[in-house]
Design a protein around this ligand. Sequence first.
Ligand code: 13P
Ligand code: ZN
Length: 269
Amino acid sequence: MKSILENRPALAKQVDEIAEVAGYLWQKGWAERNGGNITVNITGMIDDEIRQMPAISKKTPIGKTLPNLKGCYFYCKGTNKRMRDLARRPMENGSVIRICDDCASYEIIADQAVKPTSELPAHLSMHDYLISNGSGYKAAIHTHPIDLVAMTHNPAFLKKDVLSHLLWSMIPETKAFCPKGLGIVPYKLPSSIELADATLEQLKEYDVVMWEKHGVCSVSENVMEAFDMIDTLSKSAQIYLTAKSMGFEPDGMTDEQMKEMTVAFNLPK
Ligand code: 13P
Ligand code: ZN
């Protein structure tokens, strides 16, 4: 069977990059079993031949109506599929979907009828928002980093911007590469529309959103940048936890040092 990637170098390169990041998620220990998901808006790489391709699945409701997604195409990790498998065989562990004209359902078009991730409502809600605000962002990742998830088990860290400031103060790069910090969504049932809606609310202010006692989501221009932000925050979390495990509370950079850095790097306050 012919793959949608055949003779489409740009699309093949995009899927390669997704597979590379899936491998990193596994190597990091953030992707136990089927944990986490990746979706990428590939509409810009779609040609007329793909537009004519028949569906290979039934039309399936998303659970939400997302007006900006009409006719859009996404690569989605498959539900119950493993990141470590996706890293080697992306088109067997994920698929390409098309959003139907009702903006409330999708159909799978290639390569195999692999059902998209159970977090599709959250992912597609984020993509809908990212189109509406003209961000140009194309990638969304959800993953389960041990250190960041552990920190959400402390109610003190769930108050607005407390965790952002703590993580920024561990090493200067964190604010430089994750300047908006992270938003917090109080615990909600995985895959639920409530989780999707609450994530969307936080996305208006942040590019990275923590799901209490579950995981983290990030959005960016591309899948590598989305990964880098989580990786940077996780590094800060590890510095914090390492200091704690040595028996002391880390000082963190002073307010002066943070201010100096914010000005020097031209970052938002
Ligand atoms: P899926 O296997 O459906 O992508 O779910 C993994 C996950 O992390 C749910 O939150
Ligand atoms: Zn999850």
